[in-house]
Every structure is written in C-alpha cells, then in structure tokens.
Write a protein that binds this ligand. Sequence first.
Ligand SMILES: *[C@@H]1O[C@H](CO)[C@@H](O)[C@H](O)[C@H]1NC(C)=O
Ligand SMILES: *[C@@H]1O[C@H](CO)[C@@H](O)[C@H](O)[C@H]1NC(C)=O
Ligand SMILES: *[C@@H]1O[C@H](CO)[C@@H](O)[C@H](O)[C@H]1NC(C)=O
Ligand SMILES: *[C@@H]1O[C@H](CO)[C@@H](O)[C@H](O)[C@H]1NC(C)=O
Ligand SMILES: *[C@@H]1O[C@H](CO)[C@@H](O)[C@H](O)[C@H]1NC(C)=O
Ligand SMILES: *[C@@H]1O[C@H](CO)[C@@H](O)[C@H](O)[C@H]1NC(C)=O
Ligand SMILES: *[C@@H]1O[C@H](CO)[C@@H](O)[C@H](O)[C@H]1NC(C)=O
Ligand SMILES: *[C@@H]1O[C@H](CO)[C@@H](O)[C@H](O)[C@H]1NC(C)=O
Length: 723
Amino acid sequence: MQMKLLLWMVVMMVILPSSTVTASSNISLETCPQTCGNVSVPFPFGFGRPECAKNSTFLLTCNQSGSLLYGDIPIDNISLEDGTITGLIYPAYECYDQNGLKNGTDRLIWLSRPSLIISPIHNKFIGLGCDTIAKMTDREGRSGSGCITFCNNPADIRKDSSCSGFGCCQTSIPEHLDQVNFTVTSSSNHTDVLDFNPCSYAFIVANSFDISKLDFLGPQETFPSWLPVVFEWVIGDNRGCQDYCGPNAKCSYADTVGGFRCWCKPGFIGNPYLPLGCQDIDECKEPNKYPCLGTCWNTIGSYTCENKTNKTTWPIILGISLGFTVVCVVIGAWWLSKILKKRRKVKLRSQFFKQNGGLLLQQQLSSTEGNVEKTKIFSTKELERATDNFNRNRILGQGGQGTVYKGMLVDGRIVAVKKSKVPDKEKVKDFINEVVILTQINHRNIVKLLGCCLETEVPLLVYEFIPNGTLFQYIHGQNEEFSLSWERRLTIASEVASALSYLHSATSIPIYHRDVKSSNILLDEKYRVKVSDFGASRSIAIDQTHLTTNVQGTFGYLDPEYYQSGQFTEKSDVYSFGVVLVELLTGEKPIFLERTKGGRSLASHFILSMEDNSLFNILDARVKDSSAHEEIMKVAKLAYRCLSLSGKKRPRMIEIAVELEQICFLQNSSNDQKIHEEIRYVETKVTNYGDFASGGALSIDMEPPFSSESWGLLEKQLGSNVE
Ligand SMILES: *[C@@H]1O[C@H](CO)[C@@H](O)[C@H](O)[C@H]1NC(C)=O
Ligand SMILES: *[C@@H]1O[C@H](CO)[C@@H](O)[C@H](O)[C@H]1NC(C)=O
Ligand SMILES: *[C@@H]1O[C@H](CO)[C@@H](O)[C@H](O)[C@H]1NC(C)=O
Ligand SMILES: *[C@@H]1O[C@H](CO)[C@@H](O)[C@H](O)[C@H]1NC(C)=O
Ligand SMILES: *[C@@H]1O[C@H](CO)[C@@H](O)[C@H](O)[C@H]1NC(C)=O
Ligand SMILES: *[C@@H]1O[C@H](CO)[C@@H](O)[C@H](O)[C@H]1NC(C)=O
Ligand SMILES: *[C@@H]1O[C@H](CO)[C@@H](O)[C@H](O)[C@H]1NC(C)=O
Ligand SMILES: *[C@@H]1O[C@H](CO)[C@@H](O)[C@H](O)[C@H]1NC(C)=O
C-alpha cells in the first residue's frame, strides 16, 4: 500500500508536469446570460427574460450599471451548495445634532416571494450605540424582539468581533422569517453621550461580517450604507423531491426554510437544478485529484484503474531512483513537523483546560458529594472519536447558540454533543456554575447532562441522546404517520409543567429556562418529554425575584411584559409555557404566516377566541374529535390565565403542574374503571400529607412526580391556596 503511494508520488513528480484539466460547464440555461456585473447567476435564478429563471420567484433583474437586484435589494453572491443568496441592506439609524434635533430611518425587509427567508443560521441582529434600543418586529409591529445597549464613557466600549462590550448588543434571528421591520430609538435622546456618540444603529448582518470594523461613534456619513445579509432559499416543497432536480442529482430537505435542495451525486459535477442535470466527471483527465497508476478508464459516475507494471520503461526507473531520495527527505521532514505539531497540540489542550476553569470544575464536582461519578470530564480525543471528528453528517441541529452533533461513546452510549459558538473568557465562571447546576438536576422530564469537555477553545457539553425529535415537529405535522391524540397532548403538557416547576421550585437555587418553546421539548422513544436547551437559562439568588438582562427569546413565545421592562421573572417562563399549551390545543404555529383577527400572534388570536366563546372553532382536528370537552375547556382556561398580560395574574408553575395532574387524573378515571381500587390505596397513603388529601391525585399513577421532600416544599410554597 505504502509502496504504491510512493511509486505514484514519484511518477507524478517525474512524468507529469503539473497539468490540470477542470471540467467546465454552463451554470445557466442555454442562450441565457450567466453573469451580471461580477455576480454569476446559476439556474434556477435567472434574469433578462422570464424563461431564464425557474419561475417568477427566482427572476432577478440586472440594471444598467451592472448591479444584480432582487426586487430592490442588490445581490452580491448566489450559492447553490449552501442554498443562500447574499443581499445588501442599509441599516436603520437615529442621529442627533448639537441642538437635539433628530434624524433617522427604519428599515423594512419584505421578501414577499415564497421559498425565501432571512437565514436564522447565517445572520444575527445587532444594535450599536451608547443610548440605544434596537428592535425588530413583524410588519404590523405586533410581535418582536430586540436588545438594549448603553454606555457613558468611550473607554467602556470594547471593540471585538463577538459584540461583547458595552455599545454593542445582539440577538438571534427568529426562524421562518420573511419580513421584518427594524427600528432604533433611544431612552434619553443621546443627551449625555452627544459629544462622542451622536448616532444609534440597528441592522441584520451576516455572521461572516466582522462587526469590529464598524466605527459607530462618529457621524452617520462614516458608517457603511450597505451591509451583507444572507437569505436562504429552496426549490419547492409541494411535490416529490426528485421532481425538482435534474438527472444524476439527489435532494435533501432543508428544515430552516421548509423545502428541498438538490446536489450532484458523487462522481458528477455541474448545476443539479438544470434540466440537463449533472455531468459525469472524466476523472482520467484530472490525475491530480483522482490518482491512477496504470491505465485509466472513465465510467459513468466513477473510473477504473488498471495496473500494468510490465510496461515500465527506462526513464521511469531512472525517475524512481532519483525520486526516491527526494521522497525520503520529504517524508522525514513531514514526520518531524508532525511530531512537533502534536507536542504543541497537547500543550494547547492543557492550556484551554486551565483557561476554561477545568481545575475549578474538578474541585467543585468533587466537593458536591454523590455526583462525582455521574458527571464526567471528557477528553477531546474521546469526543472526536465519538462524533467522527465532528463530521458534517453527524449534525443534528444548528442554531444561534451552536451546533449539536450525534455521537457514540466507547461504551456504546449514544450522546448529543453541543459545541457552542461564542468563546468569552469572562463567562467561564458562569459556565462552570451552569454545568454544576445542571449536573445536580435529576428529573425524568429534563434532558440529562452527562459531562463536558474543556480542552477546546469553546467548551463542549455532552447530553444524553433523545431519539424522537421535537414536539414542534409532531404538532406541526412534519411526522404525519404519528399524529398526537388529545390524551397524549395532555400528558405532554403535564410532563413539561412538572419539569418547569421542578426547575423553579425544587432545585436548591431557582432556575429559569428562558427559552421555553415546542422546539426545545424533545420526545424520547416512549414519547415521554425531555425539556432541553439550557443555553439561555440562569439561576438566581433565592432572595431575588427577577433578573434584568438584554431582552432575548423567541418570536411568538416572548413575554410581552418582559419585552417592555427587560425584567425576566418566573412568570415569563409561565407565559411561554402558555403559548406551548395553545400550540397543543390548536396545532397552530406561534406566529401565523397570514394575518388574522388577532394579528400574526397565536397567543392574541387564542385570547380573542376565548373571549368570543369561539374556542372550538380553532381547535386542532384531533383535539376536537376527542370527547373530553370538559378537560379541554379546563386546559384552555389554564392557558388563558398563563397568557395574562400582567405577570402577577398568571399562576405559578407549581400550581399549573398540580392542576394539569388533576386534569390528567380526571381523564384517566373517566377512561378506566379499575382506578377506583387504586384511589382507595392512594387515599390511605395520601392522608399522611395532611391538608393535601384532596390533592392526592398527584400520586395516583403510583410514580409520584415529586419526591416526598418536594411535597413539603409544595406545601410551603402554596400555603393554604390549594383547595
Ligand atoms: C454554454 O452556453 C453557450 C451559449 O451561451 C453554448 O454555445 C454552449 O454550447 C453551452 N455549453 C454547454 C456545455 O452546454
Ligand atoms: C467587479 O469587481 C471589481 C474588483 O473586485 C470591482 O472593482 C468592480 O467594481 C466590480 N464591478 C461591479 C459591477 O460590481
Ligand atoms: C443599479 O442598482 C444599484 C443598486 O441599487 C444603484 O446604486 C444604481 O444606481 C442602479 N443603476 C441604475 C442605472 O439604475
Ligand atoms: C459566495 O458564497 C459562497 C458560500 O457562502 C462562498 O463560498 C463564496 O466565496 C462566495 N463568493 C463570493 C464572490 O463572495
Ligand atoms: C437628515 O438626513 C438627510 C439625509 O442625510 C438630510 O438631507 C437632512 O438634511 C437631515 N436632516 C436633519 C434635520 O439633520
Ligand atoms: C416600522 O416600525 C415602526 C415602529 O415600530 C413604525 O413607526 C414604522 O412605520 C414601521 N415601518 C414600516 C415600513 O412598517
Ligand atoms: C427626547 O426628545 C423628545 C422630542 O424631541 C422629547 O419629547 C423628550 O422629552 C426627550 N426625552 C428626553 C429624555 O430628553
Ligand atoms: C415558483 O416556484 C416555487 C418553488 O417551486 C413555488 O413555491 C412558487 O409557488 C412558484 N411561484 C409561482 C409564481 O409559480
């Protein structure tokens, strides 16, 4: 094997002067122009004549100065591989002059064609300035999110590409966004900072853009008028996947947009969207890329290589002996550099381990008794082996916070490995705290943290792997063969409530999840709930009731009170949970694509329906079919209270959990006669808890969701409020 390689290297050096043959083929339809200015325009996109594009969704224009335009948005780049196009968008700004006069503009992006969204993976929303409230809302201004930043001294402003200093704030882009209005305002008209910062800016920008280059302190003229934004596109979603791609191409479903993309099969090259499809690669013409010693035969989709060593001639033998010495020297040098590199890598790893607080964590973990063997500190090697070197094929999901890979440990356990994005040395202490807290959580409806790895620049987290996808996928019909029955929905709601109330009340320090939504609720092989994604979670000291932070969260689930005040309380999680309840009841997504009487938000639509007594018109078909109208009404009323605009009027998570358990129990007892015997059994058990006899339904399923200490806690929390 090695001999063959050597032989090949020598032949390459001696016989073949570097001759590269690259396959060139047209990317657009015949007789259609291929480039506009400097931008090449591959099919399905096109310009010039309508028949040059797949259909009007992909039709662009090329104006006289050679700028490619999508509507009025200039286009910089089109990528078939990533399914993206890069557009240029001007930022929203607000400037003040010395007299306090204001000047500014907002910015609306409205893609208005199907199959195209503002990419949530490739972009972020940024606010810049020293007295700045940056917001993005839908066109009607009914739902939105944003961030706040302020500073009083130019020295406070730290300029780096991760936007972590004062003067810069960022939040992630909601999924499935095709229209957004971003605006920027200030709370005190820049009065105190006018001498060094007259302007505020808000904009969406591609992650690849280095924001540390932006000088936002000076006058507006010095700020760039255009910034790159990445849009994602798909070819369509209403027919079979193969209908969209040409011959010799395959296709895959892009979740972020909800449609198909095409790729050339291995051994083929070209534009997979063209009617002609992908072309065979003549591998024999590219010996640098496709090595072959002997006679090369091209086949469709591959090539074969026939060895004929008896044909070697004198020049080759001469070449071999000459080349051999050269190769020996090269290999020797290569070995030496590899050994040096390896040594450097080991050093770097232990440096990262220290920098990431590895020693601190080891100390913390060994001081919290009992958990030592449960949480593990993994080495980079173990995780690289488990995830096949973080292979792209192993990616389970990608989001604003990081990438999750599927992996298999040496002992055969399947795990999910989360690689977060932002390296921030100052957050390390927080991170360690969070790991310590998460390892102490042990609840059957919360995904379990198995350990972490600190030897890389960004710490890696290792979770148990949950096989059945997210609740979002089940509710919104991406899995048609398994449609959720009413009983299943009720159990899911109850399990989520149990997990959240555990986080709020039963842990030694209250933990707020801060991003409760159906796509963060995973289902295991028995469709039991596992709440996940604690990336945004925070624990707070017991005497605090809220925490003040940059507003962050997900469109449609965000508590309006928190959005206005910036103060996150336990009731903000309750609001988000209310939206999940409504999703379970109605089967609708939290944001509507089309406007309804309550606007584009599911929550306000639901509230209006409740107030009109027309709840049964908006229920999901599977829910409506169920005969349990009384239970449905109870859950709807509970959701209504959770969505109250005033946090004070919302119930606490622990009350919700108790109420849902009771509804579950009523449901089961109407289904099942045998339960009576069990009640008698449990009643005798429950009387031990004094006043709680009537709340005894909680332990009817023989597997109480709370331990007996939690009962004591519950008693303390609720006082005499439980009837
Ligand atoms: C590419 O397009 C040109 C016209 O623009 C045409 O003459 C040529 O035959 C095409 N080549 C291929 C390989 O289709
Ligand atoms: C094309 O690219 C060159 C070099 O990057 C640039 O100078 C020129 O302005 C570009 N032309 C257009 C029409 O964008
Ligand atoms: C072409 O579009 C660009 C970008 O919008 C614009 O700056 C330029 O003025 C346009 N040229 C013409 C001739 O309309
Ligand atoms: C266009 O985008 C692709 C994918 O993001 C990138 O690889 C390529 O370099 C870009 N081309 C230009 C000219 O910016
Ligand atoms: C606001 O900005 C526009 C464009 O830069 C300029 O024409 C106008 O004079 C400005 N108005 C004030 C009050 O500064
Ligand atoms: C964008 O939102 C602002 C306030 O949030 C509003 O004044 C403005 O009219 C909106 N712009 C558009 C184009 O809808
Ligand atoms: C900001 O300016 C507006 C009008 O220009 C004024 O009504 C408001 O009181 C000012 N606010 C502060 C905090 O100065
Ligand atoms: C164009 O094609 C896309 C994707 O195939 C489809 O979603 C859209 O409805 C089509 N538009 C028109 C106007 O036919």
